[in-house]
Design a protein around this ligand. Structure first.
Ligand code: URA
Length: 216
């Protein structure tokens, strides 16, 4: 059986609302950051469905013993924000996955070649087998940064079938690149836009997510 990359665009009013706020060019930085927190929260909530490991147990209510399902703390969970813009999604993602370890990965792309280079790598030497890894990359544009991030994570034992990517805006070039190399991946995005311009920006997109989040 061949698997195929799956991209989910959750049909949720809160996700649509916060996306509209983030897209609006008149949204000030402080509100843009709130939008990123909320989008990080609700997209992680959607991504965690039938992905976070659970175990069956019993609990005692004040009245009786009953069956219960809890998050299995033995299966490690990890969040990998791609700096800079991915930082803005951490707070929301962490509110859904409070036990996850955070491994920062700093990638910057050359404005002319659009090729990424890594300036910070806090990934572990090796991910434990089965680790659920959530990558935070708000803009899936040309796919250069996310491909570099995937390569670094997979080289350290990350299993593409256990990885989920959160993005705010995804564009066809990045999705094509990922689907060729990692057909087992699952991506959760607030929207898929038409394309990418000659400078590597998604159109209509939301502009430079890092600059807008950090007021630069
Ligand atoms: N990175 C951004 O911040 N915005 C884009 O549109 C593309 C890449």
């Amino acid at each position: 059986m061949t698997s195929q990359l799956r991209i989910y665009v959750p049909d949720h009013p809160l996700i649509k609302h916060w996306l509209a706020v983030a897209r609006d060019r008149d949204t000030p930085s402080v509100l843009f950051r709130s939008a990123m927190v909320e989008l990080g929260r609700w997209l992680t909530y959607e991504a965690s469905r039938s992905w976070l490991p659970v175990e069956e147990t019993t609990v005692y209510t004040p009245l009786a013993e009953t069956a219960a399902t809890v998050i299995d703390p033995r299966v490690p969970t990890a969040i990998v924000p791609i700096l800079r813009a991915g930082l803005a999604l951490i707070e929301g993602a962490q509110s859904v996955m409070p036990l996850a370890s955070i491994y920062h990965l700093g990638l910057v792309r050359d404005e002319e070649t659009l090729e990424p280079s890594c300036y910070l790598n806090k990934l572990p030497d090796r991910f434990d087998a089965g680790t659920r890894i959530l990558i935070l990359e708000p803009m899936l544009a040309t796919g250069g940064s996310i491909a570099a991030a995937m390569e670094a994570i997979v080289a350290r034992g990350g299993d593409p079938a256990s990885i989920r990517i959160i993005s705010i805006v995804a564009a066809p070039p990045a999705l094509q690149k990922l689907s060729q190399k990692y057909p087992q991946l699952n991506i959760y995005s607030a929207i898929i836009d038409e394309g990418v311009n000659e400078k590597g920006y998604i159109v209509p997109g939301l502009g430079d997510a890092g600059d807008r989040a950090f007021g630069t």
